[in-house]
Each structure stands twice: as structure tokens, then as C-alpha cells.
Design a protein around this ligand. Structure first.
Ligand code: PA5
Length: 446
């Protein structure tokens, strides 16, 4: 088992009986999910994806990754939301947040099209100067403004540098199988394309070509990652709350929300958890935050953030609970040296490993936060491996679906994301938005 839920630190706030009382409801939503009869039933392709993924495309992804590794120093991944967070989370979790600075035989990887910042774009373009570049533009809809603009800029850069023919070999497109501007463009221009399956939404797409191509370019073993997700698919299919920690996590979140815990903080003790937490926040925020409902997903990296947000967690408004990812074996080791002078008084730590010290920081914090009135759900991950991470990705995806159904929302749509787009298009003068533009200009003039 790659994830174990430890209940000791949530037990003072939620009785076991309260969890077990949820069994009939959990079984009902499990049945609805697996029978594909609930809201968003057309977007459940992620459930069996670790077994039923397109094997032919999988081989093509690995082959493209090998070509990219050979032909460039810099690989630019263009996408936003679910079209980049998963890949970035996996690369940083398994390689390093400092991946680009490591000694390695794989290209540097930068992410673009996830903001509209001119300074960020200028910096990326200057990083590309004098270096060989490939790009992967990823957009399921093929119409999202941020990646579309970034693609236009990088395409122009590649065409100037390599000519239209040369650029074509360096552009990889991941989009809908048949629809959308990006698909038509790619077909016309002759770019190699990969598919975002119709029945997999953006934030559930990390184990499709969306995540897999950039992940493979970084040198991570795709078979291990998919194998871990498939192990989770099998292990987490039992609705029995006493046997399924994924469902127990979903049930605990639901109970805590009903007790007024409206914010969940995902806690990591490793900087390589940072982007995984961003992926997790999107998954839960976009899936549950609708119809006036939902738990607000936040994240921290301890002990770093114990020196910034720790005060609030310990002592602020009591509407929080924490979900702590505890990694049993990070594979790293760094002892604290002995110093005969001991001027800093740290010899009590001499010979002890930083991993042990970090573990004690976690233990001390767990006790402190529980004493401060903050329930803590601890999820223990076996190791920092592609297999374990694949398992954890699937664990959170499934828990998110069950949680969303328990909450009474459709976890697979995101109607709220459209509101800003409509206003932005109107203000920018996009054809077709004339009425909205006039209304917004009147509001500006008020
Ligand atoms: O989860 C989602 O559906 C969204 O976050 C999308 O991934 C994001 O908006 C990007 O959309 P697209 O891939 O269509 O450009």
C-alpha cells in the first residue's frame, strides 16, 4: 500500500462512529461514480485510464521525448491550469524544484502560457537565446488565450531561428482528438499531435499525453508512474470505509466541513512538494468550489512556512484543518556535522540526519496544531518514487470525485472560470463581445 491514512491527529475532532455513519452515503456515491450515472458522467475516463490508456500513443510519447532530449537544450511547455500543473508537479516532485540547475543529460524545462506577464515572457525568450529549443503546446479546448498567445510568440521565435521546416520538427501539440483551433492549426502545419481524451478533464489529465510528454522529457519512468496509478486504481475500488483510505479521507473532509472547517491546508515537509500542492489546489478548488459550496484549498511547506503562516495555524481563526503528506523514505540523507567548538550549541544534533530532524519537526508540529484545535489528517506515502507518486495522484483524483459527490456538486465542470474570460475579451475588444464591452465601460466610468 503506497498511502496509509493515520487517524491519531484527527481522532480528537471526529469520532470513528461519525465516519462509519457515512458508509451508506459513500457506497451510494461510489456506485454512482462507477456506474457513471452522476453529474459529469462524461468525464470519467481518468478512472480506468491507468489500465486503458492508449498504448500506441504511449510508445509515440516516449519516442517523441527521446527526439526532444537529443535535439534541444531547452524545452518550453505551454499550457495553463490542468494543462501544465500536473507535469510540473511530477517533474519537481521526482527530480527537484531545482531541476533546471541540476547536472543532467535532459533538457531544461520551462513553463509558459500560464500567465500573461510580459516580463516572464521576456525572461523565457532571453533564456532561449543561443540554445536549441523545442516546444510542447498543450490545450484541450485549443482556444485558451494565455497558451495561445505564448504559442504565437514561441512559434515566431522558432520560425526565425530554424525556418518554417525546421520549426515544424520542434513543435509538439497536445489537444483534442478532432476539434478546436489548435487541432486544425497543427494538422495544417504538420506538427506532431497527441490527444487529450474527450472524457478526461484538464485537472484530471496528468496521466494522459498532457502530463506524460513533458514528464518523459525530464527522464522520469512513465511505466513506473502509470504502474503506481494502476495499483491505486485496483486498491481504491472497494467502497468499504474500513478498507479504503482514499474514501475515508473524502469522508473525513466532508465531516470536518460540516463542523465548520472550511479551509484545508495541504502540508508538505519537502520543497519538492510545492508544485504538487499547486496541482492539488487546482484539483480540489476547481472541482468543489461551486454553487456556494466547497472547502478552500490552501497549502504550506513546513518548516519554512511555520515561520510565516505557523502563527495563524496555531492560533488564528479555528476554521482550518490540515492534511499532512508524510514521506517515509525520501531517499536522501544529510548528517549534521560535529563541531568541537560547539559555539552554536548544536552538538546535540551532531551525527543526526536532517531527515530525522525534519521528522521531529513534523511530530512536534502535529502535537502543537492538534493542541491548538486544528484537526490533522496524516497521509503517509511510502517513498519518493514514480510508482508511489502515481499512486498518490490517483488517490487524490478519486478522493476528489467522491468528495465532490458527497458535497452535492458536479466535480467535473468549471463554469466559474468563464466569468473573467468574458470580461477580459470584452475589455480587449474581441469581436462578438460588443454589448459586454459597453456595459463594462459604463461601470468603469461610474
Ligand atoms: O481543469 C480544467 O479543465 C482547466 O484548468 C483547464 O485545464 C485550463 O483552463 C486549460 O484549459 P485548456 O487545456 O482547454 O487550454
Amino acid at each position: 500500500m503506497s498511502i496509509r491514512l493515520i487517524e491519531n491527529y484527527v481522532a480528537p475532532f471526529v469520532r470513528e462512529a461519525e465516519v462509519l455513519q457515512m458508509q451508506p452515503t459513500v457506497t451510494a456515491v461510489h456506485d454512482m461514480l462507477h456506474a457513471k450515472t452522476g453529474p459529469g458522467k462524461d468525464f470519467l475516463g481518468w478512472i480506468d485510464l491507468p489500465r486503458d490508456y492508449d498504448k500506441e500513443e504511449f510508445v509515440r510519447i516516449k519516442a517523441a521525448a527521446e527526439r526532444i532530449k537529443k535535439s534541444c537544450d531547452v524545452f518550453i511547455v505551454i499550457g495553463i491550469g490542468g494543462s501544465y500543473l500536473g507535469a510540473r508537479a511530477v517533474v519537481e516532485f521526482l527530480k527537484s524544484p531545482l531541476y533546471n540547475n541540476l547536472k543532467k543529460d535532459t533538457p531544461d524545462i520551462y513553463f509558459s502560457g500560464c500567465n500573461i506577464s510580459a516580463s516572464n515572457m521576456q525572461e523565457l525568450l532571453s533564456i532561449c537565446e543561443g540554445r536549441d529549443v523545442c516546444i510542447n503546446v498543450i490545450s484541450k479546448s485549443g482556444t485558451t488565450t494565455e497558451p495561445a498567445v505564448a504559442f504565437r510568440i514561441f512559434r515566431e521565435m522558432l520560425e526565425k531561428k530554424y525556418g518554417a521546416e525546421g520549426a515544424r520538427e520542434r513543435i509538439f501539440v497536445t489537444t483534442d482528438r478532432a476539434r478546436g483551433t489548435l487541432k486544425s492549426f497543427a494538422d495544417q502545419a504538420g506538427f506532431e499531435t497527441f490527444v487529450v481524451p474527450d472524457d478526461v478533464g484538464g485537472r484530471f489529465s496528468v496521466l494522459t499525453a498532457v502530463g506524460l510528454l513533458p514528464i518523459a522529457v525530464s527522464g522520469i519512468d512513465l511505466d513506473e508512474l502509470m504502474g503506481g496509478a494502476d495499483a491505486a486504481r485496483v486498491a481504491l475500488a472497494d467502497p468499504d470505509l474500513t478498507k479504503n483510505d482514499c474514501y475515508k479521507y473524502a469522508a473525513l473532509r466532508n465531516i470536518l466541513l460540516r463542523k465548520g472547517k472550511t479551509t484545508e491546508i495541504l502540508v508538505g515537509y519537502e520543497p519538492f512538494m510545492q508544485m504538487f500542492s499547486e496541482w492539488w489546489k487546482q484539483l480540489y478548488g476547481e472541482s468543489e468550489g461551486k454553487d456556494g459550496k466547497g472547502i478552500f484549498p490552501a497549502s504550506v511547506i513546513f518548516s519554512t512556512d511555520l515561520h510565516s503562516l505557523g502563527q495563524y495555524v496555531q492560533d488564528g481563526m479555528r476554521n482550518l484543518f490540515e492534511t499532512v503528506i508524510s514521506i517515509k523514505d525520501t531517499g536522501a540523507s544529510q548528517p549534521v556535522p560535529f563541531d568541537p567548538a560547539n559555539i552554536d550549541g548544536l552538538n546535540f544534533l551532531a551525527g543526526k540526519d536532517l531527515t530525522y530532524v525534519n521528522g521531529m519537526a513534523m511530530q512536534g508540529t502535529l502535537f502543537a496544531h492538534v493542541d491548538g484545535g486544528v484537526p490533522n489528517i496524516v497521509l503517509e506515502l511510502g517513498s519518493r518514487t514514480a510508482h508511489a507518486l502515481g499512486y498518490m495522484i490517483y488517490f487524490f483524483e478519486k478522493a476528489c470525485a467522491i468528495s465532490g459527490y458527497l458535497l452535492g456538486v458536479n466535480p467535473f465542470d468549471q463554469p466559474g472560470v468563464e466569468a473573467y474570460k468574458k470580461n477580459m475579451f470584452a475589455l480587449l475588444g474581441k469581436p462578438g463581445y460588443e454589448t459586454e464591452k459597453a456595459a463594462l465601460e459604463a461601470r468603469l466610468a461610474e
